[in-house]
Write a protein that binds this ligand. Sequence first.
Ligand code: AP5
Ligand code: MG
Length: 212
Amino acid sequence: MPRIVLLGPPGAGKGTQAQWLAKDLGVPHISTGDLLRESVRAQTSLGDEANVYIRAGRLVPDDLVLRILRDRLSRPDAAKGCLFDGYPRNVAQADELDRLTPIDRVIAFDIPENVLVERLTQRWTCPKCGTSYNLVTRPPKAPGVCDRDGTTLTQRADDAPAAVRTRLTVYHEQTAPLLEHYRRLGRLTPIDASGTPEQVAQRLRTALEGRT
Ligand code: AP5
Ligand code: MG
């Protein structure tokens, strides 16, 4: 029952890799960012509260995130294992996750910061299936629509330059300390997340081979 965390800065490619990796492993892809954005779209009170933080590029308070995470983990498919993307984001969340469902491996995406900014500002996403495109590196076949289901692509509000800068600062201050946390626990596997999505996927496969 693999329980794996993908850890990395905004734009590192966690969501892109998680889409195929979750299928490969036969486990659900659990992205707290996606779950929060769903709550925002559904205009729940949690979504409305979280949206203020998301738009600014700041972390949503732990208690709100924990509520949606608990809810997601209570669904039957999570019993098969999980691929976490974007959780945990700080040491308190890591401790909480250990109490809920201890994880086996943390894959850390290693990538230079200048690459991230370009990836994020050029990103367009399918609001229906979640596929992430990039106007420079991974354009859709037809401009502005999803290859898979023809839905009109949208841009995330927090991919605006000011929010991207805040997200990078928040990553360094609050999330990067988790690298040392998991290294000490012997669960950290860093991978080089630069290059094409296919190259990164191959490195991920090699990193996970025989170990899940
Ligand atoms: P979240 O949704 O988790 O966003 P993030 O961590 O900032 O990361 P992104 O989703 O932007 O990047 P990614 O690594 O998934 O990259 P992607 O594959 O899309 O969080 C958003 C917000 O929600 C947070 O700021 C916070 O407010 C809140 N939140 C979420 N979780 C929380 C938590 N646990 N606690 C508190 N608050 C929380 O790729 C990016 C782009 O690059 C795409 O265009 C893609 O096509 C392209 N690309 C991907 N790989 C490659 C490649 N190898 N080469 C070239 N281009 C590539
Ligand atoms: Mg993502």
